[in-house]
Write a protein that binds this ligand. Structure first.
Ligand code: SAH
Ligand code: SF4
Length: 389
């Protein structure tokens, strides 16, 4: 088998495993189906099934994803009797907001509850200088990977989030900020970027994440450009190839160590896809260029991975990749056992990376006071008991 075939086989294995963690169907308690999360084709099929013309799907798409409608009553371009018929059969769902907390630095964390009672967190991070910001979406409840420094990693994977639940986090955040285009054409500005950096490994839930991203990128709806979406992965190589080819969103890679022995410990997925293999996948990632660089995330852990020798090895490893390095001061959580690197170590590390020609911003911790910073998200959701196989 050549490498491509091996990767295709592993992709099939990964996707088969995903089935065991599938989200429940997007149906409300009263039996009405949720229209959020359907692709355009699925929405058209749904309309055909109730004897409506395909153009109805286009109208609904506009109301749901461009105008942010949460019910049918406001859909003035659709005749009243049809609105009533739609409302009998369908809902336009949103996750329930259980808690919304705002940090001293205006970062806002939402705890959302989904129909089966499971919960996940979403964070809105306003840009410091400009009047906009990023929504950090969760892709799973818990995570199968157990990166040592990550709070989410201490929570076993409960289940994947469905496409409706992933787009729903963004839509509910827009609701909270009143950020839908008004009929006079005023466009949203605050919620202008998506980062898939919340709870979970997005590439272990590829199909649902991809469907959700296709919905937000659709030009007649939310219409975010793929340049405004960044997917962060701990390095699931076979799925990186597929995400690059099919979605073309920006890629962030959680590197965190420059030697396999250390990365095996910090990011256990490294035992399956070691550093050389991961960097080869970055080198062939479609669309990476100087204008669209790959971000390498590097959590600075005191005395673990923050030596000057590590920085020199890092620039040797990523030489030739259009890249930038995001240095993330470790965000502590109870019982983690790690400490944040000192300011001097971070400065020396950044200087070496910058001297090699890479931009190396130090990510300012945001929302630490409400446990909303990178790697601090964790809910008390428990794994639902599964029927024995
Ligand atoms: N599972 C994906 C995306 C979610 S984590 C991934 O691992 O890339 C988003 C980023 O936060 C990753 O780079 C992750 O390594 C980092 N992170 C995790 N725990 C952290 C912590 N305690 N402090 C700082 N960053 C952390
Ligand atoms: Fe999962 Fe990412 Fe946390 Fe690792 S860092 S445990 S992959 S969420």
């Amino acid at each position: 088998m050549n490498e491509d075939e091996e990767r295709a086989e592993e992709r099939a294995r990964i996707l088969a495993k995903t089935a065991a963690f599938a989200p429940p169907p997007a149906i409300a308690a009263d039996g009405r189906r949720d229209l959020v999360g359907l692709s355009r084709e699925e929405l058209a099929a749904e309309m055909a099934a109730i004897g409506e013309q395909p153009f109805r799907a286009g109208q609904l798409w506009h109301w749901i994803y461009h105008r942010g409608a949460t019910g049918f009553a406001a859909m003035s371009s659709i005749a009243r009797p049809l609105r009533a018929r739609l409302a009998e059969r369908y809902v336009i769902g949103r996750p329930e907001v259980v808690v919304a907390q705002e940090s001293a630095d205006q970062t806002r964390k939402f705890l959302f509850r989904f129909r089966d009672g499971q919960e996940a967190e979403t964070v809105y991070i306003p840009d410091r200088e400009e009047d906009r910001g990023a929504v950090c979406l969760s892709s799973q409840i818990g995570c199968t990977l157990s990166c040592r420094f990550c709070h989410t990693g201490t929570q076993p994977l409960v289940r994947n989030l469905g496409a409706a639940e992933i787009v729903g986090q963004f839509m509910a955040a827009r609701d909270a900020y009143g950020e839908w285009p008004s009929p006079t054409g005023e466009a949203p500005r605050l919620l202008s970027t998506i980062v898939l950096m919340g709870m979970g490994e997005p590439l272990y839930n590829y199909e649902n994440v991809a469907q959700a991203m296709r919905i937000v990128m659709d030009g007649e709806g939310i219409a975010l450009s793929r340049r405004r979406i960044t997917l962060s992965t701990s390095g699931l190589v076979p799925m990186m190839d597929r995400a690059g080819a099919e979605l073309g969103v920006n890629l962030a890679v959680s590197l965190h160590a420059v030697r396999d022995d250390l990365r095996d410990e910090l990011v256990p997925l490294n035992r399956r896809h070691p550093i050389a293999e991961l960097l080869a996948a970055c080198r062939r990632y479609p669309g990476a260029s100087n204008a669209r660089r790959i971000t390498f995330e590097y959590v600075m852990l005191k005395g673990v991975n923050d030596a000057e020798a590590d920085a020199r090895e890092l620039v040797r490893l990523i030489a030739g990749i259009p890249a930038k390095v995001n240095l993330i001061p470790f965000n502590p959580w109870p019982g983690s056992g790690f400490e944040t690197s000192g300011a001097g170590a971070v400065r020396r590390f950044a200087a070496i990376v910058q001297a090699a020609g890479f931009s190396a911003p130090v990510r300012a911790p945001r929302g630490r006071d409400i446990l909303a910073a990178c790697g601090q998200l964790r809910t008390e959701s428990r794994r639902a008991r599964r029927p024995a196989a």
